[in-house]
Ligand binder design. Structure first.
Ligand SMILES: *[C@@H]1O[C@H](CO)[C@@H](O)[C@H](O)[C@H]1NC(C)=O
Ligand SMILES: *[C@@H]1O[C@H](CO)[C@@H](O)[C@H](O)[C@H]1NC(C)=O
Ligand SMILES: *[C@@H]1O[C@H](CO)[C@@H](O)[C@H](O)[C@H]1NC(C)=O
Ligand SMILES: *[C@@H]1O[C@H](CO)[C@@H](O)[C@H](O)[C@H]1NC(C)=O
Ligand SMILES: *[C@@H]1O[C@H](CO)[C@@H](O)[C@H](O)[C@H]1NC(C)=O
Ligand SMILES: *[C@@H]1O[C@H](CO)[C@@H](O)[C@H](O)[C@H]1NC(C)=O
Ligand SMILES: *[C@@H]1O[C@H](CO)[C@@H](O)[C@H](O)[C@H]1NC(C)=O
Ligand SMILES: *[C@@H]1O[C@H](CO)[C@@H](O)[C@H](O)[C@H]1NC(C)=O
Ligand SMILES: *[C@@H]1O[C@H](CO)[C@@H](O)[C@H](O)[C@H]1NC(C)=O
Length: 890
């Protein structure tokens, strides 16, 4: 109602002349009247003249009034009262029902007390700008429930009482610019549900409490410029749901909490210019999907991530001028590509030296691009291709490198852009220095003098706690003033340790190398690293090298030495940590041959890091190595598996018969773990090795040469290990001697050879036997054939006499130890099977009688039985050579 009457009044007063109404209405001498308007301004008045009651609008500004209460309280029709620039110390106590607007700008009011305004005051506009108001008392404006505009700019208000505005539901505009507010308390503006505009520029605000604007429902415009705000947080955004313009320029903002804008997604204009922003992260402006103007000029922005502007499909104007932007335009691929409605883009006065071909991808509706104030040296081909609607390009670099790579722009400018904004000139080559690029001709273009990277940093694994280095080398022609910068994940490496040097390549070309050292690697050092090389002619970016951080494996469980009995189950434990998680693998005795695996007695459980062997056998004995391996390295833990097996006999011992003077072998084949100690006992007394008694093959064979009758008897083989003792017995029977003497010299030969070959480790038995045989044969060869024919070989328990030739020994590895017998070789090898030949003898005429030729008897391998088994190696399971008794039927 009041609004329309006020409007009507103003309209009327413009069209009605004072002369027509002069006679009807009296006008004070000092003043001028126009219908219901009385103008007494600028009259140096110290007191209020008599104002006619009909006055609806009274201008008393620019006088020297300081107390108007009495004079004006009679003006019941007064709607607008102007008291600007007087000497008022206080707000007049006007009990006027109709008053709508009161202007008290530029007086000396120092506080707003209670009792100045009548209950349900009709006042809609109250201007108190430029006074000295320091205090507003609680409840002072409670009676101004119809107030719509309150201006308190340029006062000295330091704080506002809580609940000050609780009755101002009709207030639309509140201005508090240029005061001394420094904290905005929570709920301070509670009640201002119809406020659309709040101006708080030029205060000292450094703290906005969470919920400070809570209760605003209609706020469109909030101005917080020129304060001391350091950060933006979601906490104080409550209540700003309908905000469309927020300006916070000239603060100290360096930090914008993620999610801050979630509650003011209707924002259309955001001014954050002249702040301290350094970085625009991918989500810094998340939720601002309706933004049309974003002013980020005059910050310190150098880092903009790829997604920073990807939410703002409606953005029309983007101000990024006067920042420190370089690589965003120099190296990134389409950082602004989602800004398809952008019309105006200001990138003036940044640190852009070159323009990547994809820097402006997607800006298809851009009309104006400002790149002035950047020392641009090069622009990649096609860099402007996507800006099909560009009309104005501002560029004034005088550092352009007008090599062949830039010629395209000459054509592009002629066709697309208004040349008057392009004042860029060439700096190189020297022939065209100072020439505007719009006037460039194709003749003079040459090689690019920009840095060329000859060694890019390499992707690598870095081990936590160690140090890593990245190397970047570049060259340029001319070679001077190259500077290196290291970047990580699109930001500069902070406090880098860098070594730089210059070397000559093989072709004599100088190259500069920068090495970035990262000491004591931690997880935070992972990322993509890049080196940026700059000289006077431009900037070149290396490829990005990924640094993956790995941690060396460390055991959390290691296998321990174990001892088990055969048949039991053994478990070995092994687990390790590291990054990436190490793989566990097992080896036995350094190899991959697991007898238990072959026999399906082994099981590895990868999840539990357990390693099982069931039904353990002695073949499982060994060192088991658990290896934990990841890209950082390998660690190994060993455990010895010991298997205990009771001593046992592998073969039943046989009783033996031997002809006196011959040799005999007693066998005691055993097994057990640990290896049993073997003891031979003859008639319960230990056998002592001596001239005729030899123990070979780990004592498993007892050889008795030149058997004598007192060798007959009971032989015990007693075996002992930790698990017990066992005993087996054999009976040796000595048959009457053959009438022949073994010559002493032969005996010595046998013994020596035995000892030698024992040391060499071949089959002792074979040595003995073959030697023996050879001797006989050698002797036999010397006797007449007839006598040989009549040689009768008697065997202990066989009627089938047999004989071996000594051809066996034709070559061998067992060297003659020098027995003096030079007739034939004295060396043998232990595998004579194929070489065995049979020598046939005629059976003698007399039963059990021997050839009269003494030597012929020496041929007898007296210990031979039709079948004999001997050990030829030391393995537990004896290798068996079988000599079948091949009867020669004569
Ligand atoms: C103004 O004048 C009236 C009447 O003379 C007086 O009652 C009142 O206290 C004065 N106010 C001020 C602020 O001097
Ligand atoms: C509001 O108006 C009433 C009646 O005129 C008065 O008594 C009261 O003091 C006023 N309140 C304030 C805070 O000015
Ligand atoms: C002021 O307005 C309130 C609410 O409309 C009403 O209850 C009250 O009577 C009014 N007071 C005066 C003095 O008009
Ligand atoms: C003011 O707000 C109230 C509710 O708080 C609403 O009913 C009223 O219409 C609003 N007035 C204006 C002028 O917006
Ligand atoms: C920021 O940009 C807006 C939009 O053009 C402009 O109105 C405002 O003046 C700028 N602010 C400053 C501090 O330059
Ligand atoms: C731009 O280049 C000119 C001449 O090469 C130099 O004087 C000026 O300092 C450079 N400006 C910047 C910001 O590097
Ligand atoms: C230059 O630095 C590289 C990498 O650090 C190094 O291998 C080379 O030895 C250095 N050369 C000189 C001359 O210091
Ligand atoms: C495990 O056995 C090996 C070989 O017998 C030995 O060297 C090692 O010290 C033993 N380890 C432990 C922990 O007893
Ligand atoms: C573990 O055993 C393997 C093979 O048995 C051996 O090469 C290695 O030196 C051993 N390592 C340790 C730490 O004992």
């Amino acid at each position: 109602m009041g609004d329309s009457r006020l409007l009507l009044f103003i309209t009327m007063s413009l069209f009605l002349s004072s002369s027509t109404l002069g006679e009807i209405y009296f006008c004070p001498l000092e003043c001028a009247c126009l219908h219901l308007y009385v103008d007494c301004s600028k009259k140096n008045l110290v007191s209020v003249p008599k104002i006619p009651e009909w006055a609806e609008q009274l201008d008393l500004s620019h006088n020297k009034l300081n107390n108007v209460t009495n004079e004006l309280n009679t003006l019941s029709n007064l709607k607008v009262l102007k008291l600007d620039k007087n000497n008022m110390n206080n707000i007049p106590n006007l009990q006027l029902d109709e008053i709508l607007e009161l202007n008290l700008n530029r007086n000396n009011i120092v506080s707003i007390d209670t009792n100045h305004f009548p209950e349900n005051s009709s006042l809609k506009i109250l201007n108190l700008n430029s006074n000295h108001i320091m205090t507003i008392h609680e409840g002072a404006i409670d009676n101004l429930s119809n107030l719509e505009v309150l201006k308190l700019n340029r006062n000295e208000i330091k704080s506002l009482p809580n609940h000050l505005f609780k009755y101002q539901t009709n207030l639309r505009i509140l201005e508090l610019n240029h005061n001394k507010l420094h904290v905005i308390n929570a709920l301070l503006f509670q009640g201002l549900s119809n406020l659309t505009t709040l101006k708080l520029r030029f205060n000292n605000i450094d703290k906005i409490m969470d919920g400070a604007f809570f209760g605003f429902k209609s706020m469109n415009l909030l101005q917080l410029d020129h304060n001391k705000i350091r950060g933006i947080s979601k906490g104080w955004m409550y209540g700003l749901e309908s905000l469309t313009t927020l300006s916070m320029s000239n603060n100290l903002i360096s930090n914008i909490d993620l999610g801050s804008w979630e509650l003011c997604a209707n924002l259309e204009v955001l001014d954050l210019s002249h702040n301290h922003l350094i970085e625009i992260e991918g989500r810094t402006f998340q939720h601002l999907i309706n933004l049309e103007t974003l002013n980020l000029s005059n910050n310190n922005i150098s880092s903009i991530s790829q997604e920073s502007f990807s939410y703002m499909a409606h953005l029309k104007a983007l101000y990024l001028n006067n920042n420190k932007i370089s690589w965003t335009v120099e190296d990134m691929s389409g950082p602004f590509s989602k800004l398809q409605n952008l019309h105006f883009f200001n990138l003036a006065s940044n640190h852009i030296k070159s323009i990547n071909s994809r820097a402006f991808d997607g800006l298809s509706n851009l009309l104006e691009l400002n790149l002035a104030g950047n020392n641009i040296t090069s622009i990649q081909q096609h860099a402007f291709n996507s800006m099909t609607n560009l009309k104005k390009l501002h560029m004034n670099s005088s550092s352009l490198l007008c090599d062949c790579n830039l010629l395209w722009i000459v054509k592009w400018i002629k066709e697309k852009a208004e040349q008057k904004f392009i004042t860029a000139t060439c700096a190189y080559p020297s022939e065209v220095r100072g020439v505007s690029i719009t006037k460039l001709k194709e003749e003079n273009c040459g090689d690019s003098p920009k840095p060329k990277i000859v060694e890019h940093p390499k992707t690598q694994l870095a081990i936590k706690g160690r140090s890593a280095s990245l190397v970047c080398s570049a060259t340029a022609n001319p070679f001077n003033n190259m500077s290196f910068l290291w970047r990580k994940n699109n930001g500069n490496v902070s406090n880098p340790t860098v070594y730089a040097n210059v070397t000559l390549s093989q072709s004599g070309q100088p190259r500069a190398t920068s090495t970035l050292i990262i000491p004591n690697i931690s997880q935070g050092d992972s990322g993509k690293y890049q080196c940026v090389v700059t000289n006077n002619f431009g900037t070149t970016y290396s490829s990005k090298a990924k640094m993956n951080i790995v941690t060396f494996p460390r055991f959390i469980k290691t296998p321990t030495n174990v001892t088990v009995k055969t048949g039991e189950t053994v478990t070995l434990n092994c687990a390790a940590t590291g990054d990436p998680t190490p793989e566990i693998s097992w080896k036995k005795d350094g190899g991959n041959d697991f007898p238990a695996a072959r026999e399906r007695r082994m099981n590895v459980m990868p999840d539990d890091h357990l390693f099982f062997i069931v039904n353990v056998k002695t073949t499982d004995i060994g060192v088991y190595s658990c290896a934990a391996k990841n890209p950082a390295g390998t660690i190994v833990a060993n455990a010895t598996l010991t298997v205990l097996q009771e001593p046992s006999f592998a073969k039943v011992m046989e009783n033996k018969e031997v002809i006196s003077g011959d040799s005999v072998v007693l066998q005691c084949m055993i097994s057990g773990s640990p290896k049993p100690v073997l003891k031979w006992l003859k008639d319960d007394t230990p056998v002592v090795p001596g001239e005729r008694h030899f123990l070979v093959n780990d004592d498993q064979l007892l050889i008795i040469t030149g058997v004598q009758s007192d060798d007959a008897g009971k032989y015990d083989c007693e075996i002992t290990n930790e698990l017990g003792t066992k005993k087996h017995m054999t009976q040796l029977q000595v048959l009457p001697p053959v009438a022949i003497m073994v010559n002493e010299e032969d005996m010595t030969g046998i013994i020596i050879i035995t000892v030698v070959c024992c040391a060499v480790g071949t089959s002792i038995i074979w040595v003995v036997i073959i030697y023996h045989t050879r001797r006989r044969m050698a002797t036999a060869v010397r006797i007449p054939t007839e006598s040989l024919k009549r040689t009768h070989i008697v065997h202990s328990d066989s009627d089938s006499p047999q004989m071996f030739s000594d051809n066996v020994s034709e070559h061998s590895s067992c060297k003659d130890s020098g027995t003096g017998d030079s007739a034939k070789q004295t060396s043998f090898d232990g595998v004579p099977m194929e070489r065995i030949e049979q020598v046939h003898f005629e059976p003698p005429a007399t039963n059990r009688s021997y050839s009269p030729v003494p030597e012929a008897h020496k041929l007898l391998p007296s210990s031979f039985k039709p079948s004999i088994q001997v050990c030829v190696n030391t393995s537990v399971t004896p290798a068996t050579y079988s000599f079948s008794s091949q009867s020669s039927n004569v």
